[in-house]
Write a protein that binds this ligand. Structure first.
Ligand SMILES: Nc1ncnc2c1ncn2[C@@H]1O[C@H](COP(=O)(O)OP(=O)(O)OP(=O)(O)O)[C@@H](O)[C@H]1O
Ligand SMILES: [Mg+2]
Length: 382
């Protein structure tokens, strides 16, 4: 379910961008072709205009010549004594030929004028098309920038939001798990012991009358139970929030924790610290402590070994942690793939690392041991 609306949104945006990019390419083609057409038409128009100018000059010239020819014909026709028949015929032919030529030339002028007007119209139309295409290209460009930038950011933001929501849910889930665990521990440990103590105290009261000699023995047993419960309570308090962590810092808290581990579970943890020890933000210290605690608990629970190695290096800008055992190892893929029946340990580690903007790698395989390496960026406090 999760992630689906975002991937759909991403897909729609991607397809829209592709469609718009295709139209943009087509618009480029249209603009380019139209520009070529504009060039062709305008050079044809120039040629037609030149031709027209030449014809107009020629028509003027011819009109003058024709007028002269008509005057000559009139003169020759009026005076029969001075001009021969041949003269009249020549004058008539000249005038006639010039008239014919003028008619032809005027016809040609008309055709050229028509052509010029037509070309001018086409040119205006083509120029409008180029302008429109260019405007569209720039508008499409704006839309594309918006889609590529703005909407992409939006889907990133949505993704982040979803991740944050998811993380908040797992934090709540982890807190609930932790509370359940504490409740179980109090129920199984101190609560049981106290019930036991109440019973034994009642028994002692009865013994006061019946068999005072046995009271000493009973009180010793009672003392023992109270001591054990005290230990339990201390352990629960330590697990909730190791006070030594607040008082002394990460490395000393870990040293103490590992010491109790050897006593309680027989697991020897070698702890190596490098770099300059310093106090970190208390939430960072607590998160790192929990991470290591989870990893070490897993070694105790699953690795089937009696020793492990924890290395920590504190640098000015980061802290690196390595937790390694040479035990049983496991198939990481099957643990990660199997979401329902798994514990919260590794998931919790991963989430804490993510919350601290860090990175984590798990190297493991059945029979090959397990190595968890973690790197967390720190604000430079040097
Ligand atoms: N150091 C290790 N050696 C061998 N197997 C491990 C180790 N760490 C983890 N595993 C395997 O990975 C699984 C998942 O570990 P995870 O800590 O997430 O859950 P869990 O320990 O089973 O339960 P929880 O931590 O909630 O008590 C374990 O069940 C175990 O099979
Ligand atoms: Mg675990």
């Amino acid at each position: 379910m999760r992630g689906e609306p975002i991937s759909t949104l991403d897909r729609i945006v991607k397809e829209t961008i592709e469609a718009i990019e295709r139209s943009q390419a087509q618009l480029y083609d249209i603009a380019e072709n139209t520009r070529t057409e504009v060039n062709l038409v305008s050079s044809e128009l120039t040629a037609v205009k030149n031709e027209l100018n030449a014809i107009i000059t020629e028509v003027d010239k011819l009109e003058r010549a024709e007028k002269r020819a008509r005057l000559r014909l009139a003169e020759v026709s009026r005076d029969f004594n001075r001009y021969t028949e041949q003269d009249i015929k020549t004058a008539y032919d000249t005038a006639y030929n010039l008239q014919i030529e003028l008619i032809k030339l005027r016809e040609k002028e008309k055709v050229l004028q028509y052509r010029r007007n037509h070309l001018e119209m086409s040119l205006r139309r083509l120029q409008t098309t180029v302008q429109r295409a260019e405007k569209l290209i720039s508008q499409v460009g704006v839309v594309l920038t918006y889609l590529n930038g703005g909407l992409h950011d939006l889907s990133l933001k949505l993704g982040e939001l979803q991740q944050t929501q998811q993380m908040a849910l797992s934090i709540i889930r982890a807190q609930e798990e932790e509370r359940k665990r504490v409740a179980r521990e109090i129920h199984d440990g101190p609560a049981q012991s106290m019930a036991n103590i109440v019973m034994r105290a009642e028994y002692c009261l009865k013994l006061l009358d019946k068999d005072p000699g046995k009271i000493r023995e009973e009180l010793l047993a009672l003392q023992n139970i109270v001591m054990l419960s005290l230990q339990d309570v201390r352990k629960i308090i330590f697990d909730l929030r190791p006070m030594v962590l607040d008082d002394l810092g990460l490395a000393p808290a870990l040293k103490r924790y590992f010491a109790t581990y050897k006593e309680q579970y027989g697991l020897e943890i070698e702890f190596l610290f490098f770099g300059q020890e310093r106090r970190l933000d208390s939430t960072v210290e607590a998160a790192l402590f929990r991470i290591i605690q989870e990893a070490v608990n897993n070694i105790k629970k699953h690795a089937q070994v009696n020793s492990a190695l924890v290395k920590m290096e504190m640098l000015p800008d980061k802290i690196t942690i390595s937790i390694r055992d040479m035990g049983k190892g496991f198939d990481l893929n099957s643990v990660q793939g199997d979401k329902d029946c798994n514990g919260y340990g590794l998931v919790g580690i991963r989430e804490r690392v993510q919350l601290l903007n860090g990175e984590m790698k798990i190297n493991t395989a059945p029979g090959k041991g397990t190595h968890i390496s973690i790197s967390i960026p720190l604000q430079d406090q040097a």
